[in-house]
Design a protein around this ligand. Structure first.
Ligand SMILES: NC(=O)c1ccc[n+]([C@@H]2O[C@H](COP(=O)([O-])OP(=O)(O)OC[C@H]3O[C@@H](n4cnc5c(N)ncnc54)[C@H](OP(=O)(O)O)[C@@H]3O)[C@@H](O)[C@H]2O)c1
Length: 330
């Protein structure tokens, strides 16, 4: 893979200004250091004053603002040559009801429109829009490509209006590249909370019978962030890319590899679907049980090299990292 480090500086010897939304989030927190390392002048939008302070020390210029409210942040976005849009309304934690998902849908549309409307087609050279593969939904055993017909399920119907608004922005001249991560596993999210912590504590994991057989398409969070940076530089404008690793697996496979690495017994309690729906809500239950075997051929064709091509490399590395971090903080 060509080094991403030299490219921004190589074109014209000035740092490219990159405006990032969602840089404090699960994926964004891994993306920002990579962008700095690759030589971008990073401006990060956040509503969080403490995160802004931390960014200043790390070499990121914080831009205070809320994507739901017009403000001076739009001028910062408009002055940037590159934009990576990772922000999304809150999804993690708690039960996701239809009402909560509708609020997500409306907020996501407004966030996208206030950002994308503020960009100037002449100035901005690349906009990386990060969506989600739930837009493609439950596809059964077939291998799905970016050109397959979407059948939104889980969060999918609620992100669909935002995704389906993108051709309008493209028609206005915005150079959009779309990236759709699959099930992103890493520390600081569901994988740590619902898999590593209970396994290490000797507890059983909760699951649904579908999570034993239905395959989803995972991606290690570091590879996800690396792929986003790669697509910012090498993705084709107007194209959509799945950001998933080489091998679809079940959620049970993922926790089994984690248990093996931890040296603990993998024990599962299967919940009836109605109980899961009661606890997590229908949206998350549908997301957890959707079958999605997504192809990463288009991402591979751009020259992207995975550090963790499957969970057999990614999960043990993550478990070791988790154990080291725990040992240091004790
Ligand atoms: N995580 C996954 O497994 C996964 C899978 C597929 C696709 N994706 C997609 O990847 C993207 C990033 O996901 P993530 O899990 O990293 O996100 P996340 O952890 O939920 O972070 C959300 C980010 O959005 C920002 N944000 C929320 N509301 C905002 C507002 N009104 N104004 C400005 N910023 C706002 C937050 O910034 P502040 O709080 O600092 O303002 C935060 O940085 C999303 O588009 C998501 O749909 C994620």
């Amino acid at each position: 893979m060509p080094s991403t480090r030299e490219e921004p500086g190589a074109e014209g010897n000035t740092l490219k200004r990159l405006f990032v939304t969602g840089g404090t989030g699960f994926i964004g927190a891994r993306f920002i250091p990579l962008a700095l390392e690759a030589g971008y002048e990073v401006r990060g939008l956040t509503r969080n004053a403490r995160a802004a302070e931390r960014w200043k020390h790390a070499g990121v210029t914080p831009v205070h603002g809320d994507l739901l409210t017009p403000g001076p942040w739009q001028e910062e976005a408009a002055a940037s040559e590159q934009v990576v849009h990772l922000a999304q309304p809150l999804t993690f934690g708690g039960r996701v009801t239809h009402k909560r998902a509708v609020a997500y849908r409306e907020q996501r549309l407004r966030m996208d429109s206030l950002l994308l409307e503020s960009l100037k087609p002449g100035t901005v050279k690349r906009v990386l829009y990060v969506g989600g593969t739930s837009y493609y939904g439950n596809q059964g055993h077939n291998l799905v490509t970016e050109d397959s017909t979407p059948r939104p399920s889980g969060w999918g119907p609620y992100i669909a209006p935002a995704i389906e608004a993108l051709p309008g922005y493209r028609a206005r001249g915005l150079p959009l590249v779309e990236a759709y991560p699959g099930s992103v596993y890493g520390l600081g999210s569901w994988f740590e909370e619902y898999t590593l912590v209970p396994l290490k504590g000797g507890r059983r994991l909760f699951g649904l019978k579908e999570t034993l057989v239905n395959k989803m398409s995972p991606i290690h969070v570091e590879d996800c962030a690396r792929a986003l940076l790669h697509l910012l530089e090498h993705g084709e404008v107007g194209k959509r890319y799945f950001v998933v690793d080489d091998e679809p697996v079940t959620f049970a496979d993922l926790s089994r590899v984690a248990a093996e690495t931890l040296g603990v017994t993998h024990r599962r309690v299967l919940l009836p679907r109605w109980l899961c729906t009661l606890a997590l809500g229908p949206v998350l239950t549908d997301s957890l049980t959707a079958e999605a075997l997504l192809s990463n051929a288009r991402l591979h064709a751009t020259g992207f090299q995975f550090r963790y091509p499957t969970i057999r490399e990614g999960v043990p590395a993550l478990v070791r990292q988790w154990l080291e971090t725990r040992a240091q903080t004790r």
